[in-house]
Design a binder for this molecule. Structure first.
Ligand SMILES: [Fe+2]
Length: 497
């Protein structure tokens, strides 16, 4: 089991860093005077850190420097969404975005990362200082290589002003690398989706965050709709307003604590790319689909490579994370062989890599569903809808022919929890549900032809793998927003099969 060996001391480690994150302490390390001039104001890290794209030997640590130690505590608040007011009538800011409640304006400066497998960081690897500027929203993503498999790492993201000579803030975090591909898999991970801001259920952030943290997962999947550019006021008519949505959401105390403690794989869907059911070429005010793609890659711990990718966690688990927006056809054209969500390259990659994999369990984590059932009217942008039935049928038939026994889908997007089995192909799909009860809804109702479980509530999914000899057990549990288990589904498989 790769679970943390000393959770108490890890908590203490993170707690200690809270003061540092708030800029309360200046540590006695020095930074070079890169600019050779007067130091710029000492930067802080109010938007915390994010760790992603974790493999057995690599990870990305995302950092961003901010002007203030905490999110803007006052100013105009927007606790209104498109359920209460028509989307095009949502209130707009009456002043500068930097002065809105929850804003975290960036700051130029320099940042470096110190990381080690020891929590005291005594033998830490220290990166070079890197300058950050407005050109990349004051963000730098450290690509860590040559890490040890199955190992808990600790880090401090240290900041200094341009030309400064002292570390003005140090934000601490931790993550765990995947075990080697041939090692038995004992792991737990969580999957969430669809977090709206006014609907979050608690001022400090959604209840699912402390609930997921309590399970001590090795990692999490954040499966799209991580902000709602179009439905949550203020609408993101400009790139600055789009970035405000990320600042406001990810500086919430509960999200800061989660993301500094748990590595995560990020997927995007429609509302965190542009707007409802979005496809390439669209625009909302001055804010374009292309800018939405760029900002998602910037705000998430992501590489410059394809947003469809696969990750191995030991002998028994391989995940496929797919891209559902960038390559899709216009939603409104007639369905048929040429209409696609995945695009030809992604489809070829998926089939080739799934066929080549000898993992005991193969899981597709998709931002949108394949089985549903979804609403028959008012929704037509996923593989469970009539508008993409041709490609949906093609892929479901491929799953049945090629991975009939050890493959299933976990999906985001739908705001209710379910476990469905496709009547014709036997494909299993689990919908993790919205991130809060306030955001739940939209189901066409329970359908016994499909549903093994159906509940119009928020929550999240945990998946635990355990190995006894040659037997691998996979246990999927749907949780309510506070962590209570509402549904369990367990399967076993011989690793030699
Ligand atoms: Fe959603």
């Amino acid at each position: 089991m790769n679970s943390p060996k000393s959770p108490v001391s890890r908590r203490a480690f993170l707690k200690t860093s809270a003061g540092l994150a708030a800029g309360a302490l200046v540590v006695a390390r020095t930074a070079p005077n890169l600019a050779g001039a007067a130091a710029s104001p000492a930067p802080h890290q109010a938007t915390g850190t994010r760790t992603g794209e974790i493999t057995s030997t690599s990870a990305i640590v995302w950092t961003r420097l901010t002007a203030a130690p905490i999110r803007h505590p006052s100013g105009e608040d927007f606790m209104v969404n498109a359920r209460q007011v028509p989307g095009d009538q949502l209130p707009k800011p009456s002043g500068p975005v930097d002065e809105l409640r929850g804003a975290c304006p960036g700051a130029s400066g320099q940042v470096r990362l110190r990381y080690a497998a020891r929590e005291d960081l005594v033998d830490a690897v220290t990166t070079a200082w890197v300058e950050v500027t407005a050109a990349n929203d004051f963000i730098h993503q450290f690509a860590l290589r040559d890490l040890r498999p199955g190992t808990r790492y600790y880090y401090a993201s240290e900041a200094s002003g341009l030309g400064g000579t002292t570390v003005s803030s140090a934000f601490r975090g931790t993550f765990e690398t995947a075990p080697p591909p041939d090692a038995p898999t004992d792991v737990r991970f969580c999957v969430m989706t669809c977090q709206a801001y006014p609907d979050r259920g608690h001022p400090d952030g959604h209840h699912i965050y402390p609930a997921m943290l309590a399970l001590k997962p090795q990692f999490a999947c954040l499966t799209g709709d991580l902000v709602y550019y179009d439905n949550d006021a203020p609408r993101a008519f400009t790139p600055r307003l789009a970035r405000y949505h990320w600042e406001r959401m990810f500086s919430l105390p509960r999200l800061l604590e989660f993301n500094r403690a748990i590595g995560s794989y990020w997927l995007k869907d429609d509302h965190d790319t542009l707007d409802d059911d979005a496809w390439p070429g669209q625009q909302m005010g001055e804010f374009t689909f292309a800018e939405g793609q760029r900002i998602f890659r910037q705000q998430g711990p992501l590489t410059a490579g394809p947003t469809y990718r696969t990750f191995r966690w030991g002998r028994d688990l391989q995940l496929w994370l797919t891209e559902g927006r960038d390559f899709r056809s216009t939603n409104t054209i007639p369905d048929g062989p040429g209409k696609t969500i995945w695009g030809a390259e992604q489809k070829e990659w998926f089939k080739r890599t799934v066929t080549a994999s000898h993992a005991t369990w193969k899981i597709l984590i998709s931002p949108t569903p394949f089985v549903g059932p979804d609403r028959p009217t008012g929704k037509n942008d996923n593989h469970a809808n009539a508008g993409f039935k041709h490609e949906g049928d093609e892929l479901r038939a491929w799953f049945k022919a090629n991975v009939p026994d050890n493959f299933f889908v976990i999906c985001g997007d739908r705001h209710w929890q379910y476990h469905s089995v496709h009547p014709e192909t036997g494909l299993n799909e689990i919908s993790v549900g919205s991130a809060s009860d306030e955001h739940a809804g939209g189901s066409p109702g329970e359908d016994k032809r499909y549903h093994r479980f159906h509940l119009v509530k928020g929550g999240f999914l945990s998946v635990a793998l355990a190995r006894r000899g040659d037997l691998s057990t996979i246990h999927c549990q749907l949780h309510d927003v506070y962590g209570a288990v509402v549904y369990s589904w367990q399967q076993e498989r011989s690793v030699k099969a």
